[in-house]
Design a protein around this ligand. Structure first.
Ligand code: GRF
Length: 224
């Protein structure tokens, strides 16, 4: 099996990156060849190094508003490692339309909400404030519009009456760690195609693959 050469882009703790590295055994269709951070203090760098994955840092702060220069430095690292697909995993920089276009169809992101609800930051606080009963996460292809690209997969979790931001974030994060390795494997295996702007997964079992969600609990369903 030819494995697609994968770069993971991080800015912080890198728990999604770690979940992908853990999933990426010999039979996984993507081969992690680079973990790239825009911050030297990202905790995920040590996690990647401990797993023997090459790491690199391109400090966004050093480029002070020079996004073209920052992205050119990132592209140089990606080229050096022969990267074919990219997974953003808590990467906190918005990429320019030029970068996104160059990597179109080969650039994935995970977002901590059920898009198109709650694009942008502070998703868990906004979900709590809105009083939604379902929240979750989305893996999508990256397009120029932030958090707007074609959706590959989503996982839903209940929002419980006594949830805090932290408890809700933890419930969503546990699903992220299952969803992202799965959706990324479909892209790496060439199973994703676009039809009328929507992502279609070849040979997906839609009940099993496209939505991870908790089964309704009998207690919530009973009316008496
Ligand atoms: C995750 O919640 C992810 O959905 C969002 O940023 C967070 C990154 O967490 N894009 P981690 O660095 O993967 O632990």
């Amino acid at each position: 099996m030819k494995r697609a050469r994968l770069a993971l882009l991080i800015s912080g703790r890198g728990s999604n990156m770690a979940a992908i590295l853990a999933a990426a055994g010999a039979d996984y269709p993507a081969l992690p060849v680079l973990v790239l951070s825009n911050r030297a203090d990202a905790a995920g760098l040590a996690v990647a190094a401990a797993r023997g994955v090459p790491t690199a840092v391109v400090e966004s702060r050093a480029f002070k508003g020079d996004r073209a220069g920052f992205e050119a430095a990132m592209e140089a690292e990606l080229a050096k490692h022969g990267v074919e697909i990219i997974a953003l995993a808590g990467f906190m920089r918005v990429l320019t339309p030029g970068f996104v276009r160059r990597w179109e169809g080969r650039l994935l992101n995970i977002h901590p909400s059920l898009l198109p609800a709650f694009p942008g930051l502070d998703t868990h606080a906004r979900a709590l404030a809105a009083g939604v009963r379902l929240h979750g996460c989305t893996v999508h292809l990256v397009t120029a519009g932030v958090d707007e690209g074609p959706i590959l997969a989503q996982a839903a979790v209940p929002v419980l009456p006594d949830d805090t931001q932290a408890s809700l974030a933890a419930r969503v994060l546990a699903e992220e760690h299952k969803l992202y390795p799965a959706a990324l494997s479909w892209l790496a295996a060439g199973r994703v195609r676009l039809e009328a702007g929507r992502a279609v997964i070849t040979a997906a079992d839609s009940a099993r693959d496209s939505l991870l969600n908790p089964l309704p609990r009998a207690a919530l369903l009973s009316t008496q």
